[in-house]
Design a protein around this ligand. Structure first.
Ligand code: FES
Length: 145
């Protein structure tokens, strides 16, 4: 097995927020064409006291490697309670950092999590008849990296 941090192992062995949200506000499905791993991110959106839309609840289902599962778990923790705009800004680097790093060969796995969350947020916006947020690619965020 790769040289994973303790936090990666914890999130892999006991992932948080695993599962599905029935009647989710938005669903993002992303896949890595190279390894074939697939991830679904489900979000439930509601408004906070100031009227901002926030990620009230978030769950994931991931058919993938240990890093993909750990990054899914971590992104749900990072995104929960955040406004949609702030959740959208979570990068693969943020996810990797929160896990105390990932082996370089596994960095691409954290793309799935951040791309999956962005896809879920945009799915919600499009369902509302609104414009999706722009997906500015992070440097080196190619799924093939
Ligand atoms: S090896 Fe496929 S996402 Fe990690």
């Amino acid at each position: 097995m790769e040289n994973y941090s303790k936090k990666v192992m914890e999130n892999f062995m006991k992932p948080k927020n695993m599962g599905e949200i029935k009647d989710a506000s938005g669903v993002g499905k992303v896949g890595n064409p190279v390894c074939g791993d697939i991830m679904w991110i489900y979000i439930m959106v509601s408004k906070d006291k100031s009227g901002n839309e926030i990620v009230k609840d978030i769950k994931f289902k991931t058919l993938g490697c240990a890093a993909a599962i750990a990054t899914s778990s971590m992104i749900t923790e990072l995104a929960k309670g955040k406004t949609l705009a702030d959740a959208y800004k979570i990068t693969k680097a943020d996810v990797a950092k929160a896990l105390d790093g990932l082996p370089p060969i596994k960095m691409h796995c954290s793309n799935l999590a951040s791309d999956g969350l962005k896809a879920a947020i945009n799915d919600y916006l499009v369902k509302q008849g609104r414009k999706p947020m722009e997906h500015t690619k992070e440097a080196g965020s190619s799924l093939r990296s």
